[in-house]
Write a protein that binds this ligand. Structure first.
Ligand code: ATP
Ligand code: MG
Ligand code: MG
Length: 363
């Protein structure tokens, strides 16, 4: 039976492995961490650093295709693996999406609007860029940031020095982004198969608290033209990047109705977890289908849905007991032992306004 190799041991790998198992595939996880939500449910686990070529080679030989659930794997590791086994999405997708400068540059080159941005290598460049952004902005590390880590708000030029001091030593450099006064945040998860066929889930609306995703609403309660535009921007980027697998595209919607791309993720995305219970084919199954060459599933939903992340101690089972009896409510836990504040421990999907048999309109 075919084996899927997954780089990364987090909850995204866990849910991918569960979806893969349902289709009869085995999963082999490669991850450096001791605690591994994905390793707990996979058929095989290698605990190793991504720079360990001996481990990479043995991993490559044990699997039929490699994917990832974590985009901060060194591009060199993917290139090494790709010499032995198909890697989907490919190293070039990672190279671009793991660096905010390359990512925004690439998206803009496709004629897709992005948050205005400036490369920052020193304080003088930061001062110059702040003149263009009205003295305010968000300073971010180009690489490695997630859940708002590696970001500093510059509310006035006087904040610049301390923001630069906090982030300036980050490997890979910095980017200053203009602050987008957005009305809401949207995202689109698009799958693309080996044959180039694409399928997108309906655009969703995301609410963050303390820079961490708290809640997703599917579909986003915006005008149909906005949703169509979001989907078409996402598909343009997916095609241009030549993704095989999934790409999530995060966007801001501003007061003028314009969509600006914030960032990309070449993997399952937290804002796609609702698909596990509201769609016939979840984003995780869709990823498995895309990378194994199976036909993609129809991303149709049988209900509108919301997804709420369980952060830190919100995943305490005693607190969740009342939810377990509610119809249309689905509790997902990732099996993590230490509920640190802000840590993603699980999520709850709720079906809203279920559709009658025959399912929802296809958008
Ligand atoms: P993720 O967990 O989504 O990977 P991240 O650490 O990569 O997060 P971003 O998505 O860039 O960071 O930023 C996190 C959140 O901070 C955004 O979803 C948005 O709410 C806010 N934010 C980031 N950049 C901007 C911006 N330029 N203008 C306004 N808000 C922003
Ligand atoms: Mg990110
Ligand atoms: Mg983000």
């Amino acid at each position: 039976n075919a084996t899927i190799g997954i780089l990364g041991g987090g909850q995204l790998g866990r849910m991918t492995a569960l979806a893969a198992a349902r289709l009869g595939y085995r999963c082999h996880i490669l991850a450096p961490e001791a605690e591994s939500p994905a390793g707990d449910v996979a058929a095989a686990l290698t605990r190793a650093d991504y720079r360990d070529e001996e481990a990479l080679l043995a991993f490559a030989k044990s699997v039929d295709v490699v994917t990832l659930e974590f985009e901060n794997v060194a591009v060199e590791a993917l290139e090494f693996l790709a010499a032995h086994v198909p890697v989907r999405p490919g190293a070039n997708v990672l190279r671009i999406t793991q660096d905010r400068m390359l990512e925004k540059g690439f998206v803009a080159e496709q004629g897709v609007p992005v948050t205005p941005f400036f490369a920052i290598e020193n304080e003088a460049e930061l001062a110059r860029a702040l003149k263009e952004t009205g003295g305010r902005g968000i300073l971010k590390t180009r690489r490695m940031g997630y859940d708002g880590r590696g970001q500093r708000l510059i509310a006035a030029p006087s904040d610049a020095a301390s923001a630069f001091a906090a982030l300036g030593k980050a490997p890979g450099g910095l980017i200053l982004e203009q602050i987008v006064p957005f009305v809401c945040e949207l995202s689109v998860v698009t799958a693309r198969g080996l044959d180039g066929q694409m399928q997108s889930y309906v655009p969703v609306q995301n609410e963050h608290a303390h820079h961490i995703l708290k809640r997703t609403l599917a579909p986003a309660p915006q005008a149909p033209e906005v949703l169509d535009e979001a989907r078409s921007l996402a598909e343009r980027v997916v095609e241009a990047l030549d993704v095989v697998g999934l790409l999530a595209v995060e966007m801001f919607l501003d007061a003028e109705g314009r969509l600006l791309v914030n960032e990309l993720a070449p993997r399952p995305h937290n804002s796609g977890h609702w698909t596990m219970d509201a769609c016939t084919v979840s984003q995780f199954e869709q990823l498995v289908r895309a990378i194994t060459g199976l036909p993609l599933g129809d991303p149709v939903r049988h209900a509108d849905a919301s997804m709420e992340n369980l952060l830190g101690d919100e995943a305490d089972i005693d607190r969740l007991l009342p939810l377990l009896g509610l119809p249309g409510t689905f509790v997902h836990l990732y099996g993590k032992s230490e509920p640190k504040p802000g840590r993603k421990m699980g999520h709850v999907n709720r079906l809203l306004r279920p559709y009658p048999p025959g399912f929802a309109p296809s958008s």
